[in-house]
Design a protein around this ligand. Structure first.
Ligand SMILES: [Zn+2]
Length: 526
C-alpha cells in the first residue's frame, strides 16, 4: 500500500508546478517545499515556525502509536488520521519521509501498577502476546478502513528490549539513573536542575508535576516523587519479564519511544507527534530520557493533536457518552441514526484543524457525509474533463482564477496542515468544476495548462494528500446497473420511444442519480 501510494505521490510530483508559471518555465524546477514552504506550530516553542529538516530532503517523523490491550479509541483514530495527512503532505511536497509509529505491548502500567496488557490477558484468558497480536491486527484493520498509509516502520516495544536496556545503562552511566531493589529510576530533579527543561513541553513546573505523580507502586523506592521508573523489577507471577543487569523485569512505558526513535531516526530527528494527552508525563519523560542517555533533545518540532469530544462533552465510558469506530461504521449505537462510511468519518476528522477540539455528533456526521459525497461527485466529473479541449488564453480571468485556487490548496496545507481551510478551497474548486460541466464556463475561456494544473491539484489533494477515496460500492455493482439502465434509455431514444427514455431518467432522478447527455455520451452522478 505504501509503495503504491509513494509511487502515486511520485507520479504526481512529476507534474512540474513551475511549468504553470510560464515566466519561470526555463528555470530549474523547484521542489514543492521550496515553492510552498511549510510552517508548523511547534508545541515546544509554542510558536508557528518554518519547517527546516535536519537532512533535506529527508524527514524523520515519530508518532506515539497505540497500546494494544483493547480496541483503538475513536479519538486516537482522529490522531492517527491527522498524522497520516501530515505524512502524505510532506511526501507530496517532495520530502522523503521515514515515518515511525510504535506499537506498545509492554510496560504501560495502570494506576494500580498492573500492566494494561497483562490485566486484559487475565480477563480474556489469553497469553499477553495473544492480546497484543489480536488488538494489533484489529488496530491495523481499522487504520486501513480509514485509508491511512502504513508507516515506514512500526516497531514493537517487546521486540526492542535490548535497545531499551542499553538506554537505561547509558542513563545510569551519565548519572541520571539510580538503582533500588533491582528497579531503575530516572532522577528527574537532577535533570530539571541542570537543564531547567523538565515541564517545558507541558508548560508546568516541577512542583505541580510532583503533586500529580501517581506511580503508587514504586513511590517508596523513589528518591523523589517526580522520578519515574525506566526499568521495573518484575514481581513473582508477572508474565512479561526479561533479563537485565539489574533484575528480571521489564522497561518503563516512556522508555520504548526514546529507544526506538533513537534507533530508527537518530538522536535528534525532525518531528515528534502524538495526542495532546501524551504531553505529560509521556513526552516530558521522553525528552528527559533522551537527554539523560544522549545529551540531546530528541526532536526539533513537537506536534500535538487535540481531543475528540462527543455531543459537546468529553467521551467517557462511565456515563455512556462514547462510541467505538466499529459502532460508527455499523450504525449500532444509540448516539447515531445511521452507519457512516469510513471515508465520511475521515472527511469529518479533516473538517477541523488538528489542533482544535472536534465535536462528534450525528448531525455533524450527516453534514460530513454530504460534504464528502459532494467532493466525490466533482471528482467523478473532473475525471471526464480533458484539459486539451480548452482553447483559452493564460491571461483570461478564468485561467488566473483556476491557478489561484490550485495554489491556495498548497498555501492552506503549508500553513500548519490546515485541512479545514484546504477543504473550503476544494469546495470552491468543486463549484468551478460543476460550472464547467454544465457549460456555464466555456472551454474557450481557460487555457490547457491552467486547467491541467487545476485538475491535477484537485485530484491530487483529495486522493493523495487528504487520502479520500471514492466509495467503492458506487463504482462497482451499482455502476453496472446504472450503465444497463442508460443503455436501455439510449435504445429507447433511438427508437423514438421518448416516454420510456424519460421514465428511466425520472426514476433515476428519484433515486438521487442525475444523468446528463454530453458530447462524450451520457454521464451520471449521485
Ligand atoms: Zn511514545
Amino acid at each position: 500500500m505504501i509503495l503504491k501510494s509513494q509511487q502515486m505521490g511520485k507520479q504526481f510530483m512529476k507534474m512540474d508546478i513551475s511549468s504553470y508559471d510560464r515566466t519561470k518555465s526555463m528555470r530549474k524546477a523547484m521542489k514543492n517545499y521550496d515553492k510552498y514552504p511549510l510552517y508548523l506550530y511547534n508545541s515546544l516553542s509554542r510558536k508557528k515556525e518554518k519547517f527546516i529538516p535536519i537532512h533535506e530532503p529527508h524527514v524523520g517523523l515519530y508518532v506515539c502509536g497505540p497500546t494494544v490491550y483493547n480496541d483503538v479509541h475513536i479519538g486516537n483514530c482522529r490522531t492517527f488520521v491527522s498524522f497520516d495527512v501530515m505524512y502524505r503532505y510532506l511526501m507530496h511536497l517532495g520530502y522523503k519521509v521515514r515515518y515511525v509509529r510504535n506499537i506498545t505491548d509492554v510496560g504501560h502500567l495502570m494506576d494500580t501498577g498492573e500492566d494494561k496488557l497483562v490485566q486484559r490477558a487475565r480477563l480474556e484468558k489469553l497469553e499477553p502476546m495473544e492480546i497484543a497480536h489480536k488488538y494489533t491486527q484489529r488496530f491495523r484493520h481499522i487504520m486501513s478502513l480509514l485509508n491511512t498509509l502504513t508507516p515506514s516502520i512500526e516497531p514493537i516495544a517487546s521486540g526492542h528490549v535490548p535497545e531499551q536496556i542499553e538506554m537505561v545503562q547509558r542513563i545510569i552511566d551519565n548519572g541520571y539513573g539510580y538503582i533500588v531493589n533491582g528497579s531503575v529510576y530516572f532522577d528527574t530533579k537532577k535533570f530539571a536542575k541542570e537543564t531547567g527543561q523538565y515541564g517545558e513541553l507541558s508548560g508546568r513546573i516541577l512542583e505541580d508535576l510532583l503533586a500529580e505523580s501517581r506511580e503508587l507502586k514504586s513511590q517508596d523506592e523513589k528518591r523523589d516523587p517526580a522520578d519515574f521508573a525506566i526499568w521495573m523489577k518484575a514481581e513473582d507471577g508477572h508474565i512479561m519479564r526479561w533479563n537485565s543487569p539489574w533484575s528480571e523485569g521489564f522497561p518503563g512505558w516512556h522508555l520504548e519511544c526514546s529507544a526506538m526513535s533513537t534507533k530508527y531516526l537518530g538522536k535528534t530527528f525532525d518531528i515528534h507527534g502524538g495526542g495532546s494527552d501524551l504531553k505529560f508525563p509521556h513526552h516530558e519523560n521522553e525528552i528527559a530520557q533522551n537527554y539523560g542517555a544522549c545529551r540531546t533533545a530528541p526532536a526539533n518540532y513537537w506536534i500535538h493533536t487535540n481531543m475528540l469530544l462527543m455531543n459537546g462533552r468529553k467521551m467517557a465510558k462511565s456515563d455512556g457518552n462514547t462510541i467505538t469506530p466499529e459502532q460508527l461504521m455499523s450504525g449500532e449505537s444509540e448516539h447515531i441514526s445511521q452507519a457512516y462510511h469510513p471515508m465520511s468519518i475521515r472527511f469529518f476528522f479533516l473538517q477541523a484543524h488538528y489542533s482544535s477540539t472536534l465535536d462528534l455528533s450525528d448531525d455533524a456526521l450527516i453534514a460530513a457525509d454530504r460534504g464528502f459525497r459532494r467532493l466525490m461527485n466533482s471528482l467523478k466529473i473532473v475525471k471526464n474533463l480533458h484539459s486539451d479541449h480548452f482553447t483559452g488564453s493564460p491571461d483570461h480571468p478564468l485561467s488566473v482564477e483556476l491557478v489561484r485556487l490550485a495554489d491556495q490548496c498548497y498555501r492552506e496545507m503549508s500553513d500548519d496542515f490546515n485541512t479545514a481551510k484546504t477543504l473550503a478551497v476544494l469546495f470552491e474548486m468543486a463549484g468551478k468544476i460543476n460550472e464547467i460541466d454544465s457549460q456555464i464556463i466555456s472551454e474557450k475561456d481557460a487555457d490547457p495548462a491552467s486547467v491541467k494544473y487545476f485538475i491535477e491539484t484537485y485530484t491530487g489533494f483529495i486522493t493523495d494528500v487528504l487520502g479520500l477515496q471514492p466509495i467503492r460500492e458506487e463504482g462497482g455493482k451499482i455502476d453496472e446497473v446504472i450503465r444497463i439502465l442508460l443503455d436501455m434509455r439510449q435504445k429507447a431514444r433511438q427508437e423514438k420511444d421518448f416516454a420510456q427514455s424519460d421514465e428511466i431518467r425520472d426514476q433515476l432522478a428519484k433515486a438521487g442519480i442525475t444523468i446528463k447527455d454530453g458530447k462524450e455520451g451520457t454521464t451520471y452522478h449521485f
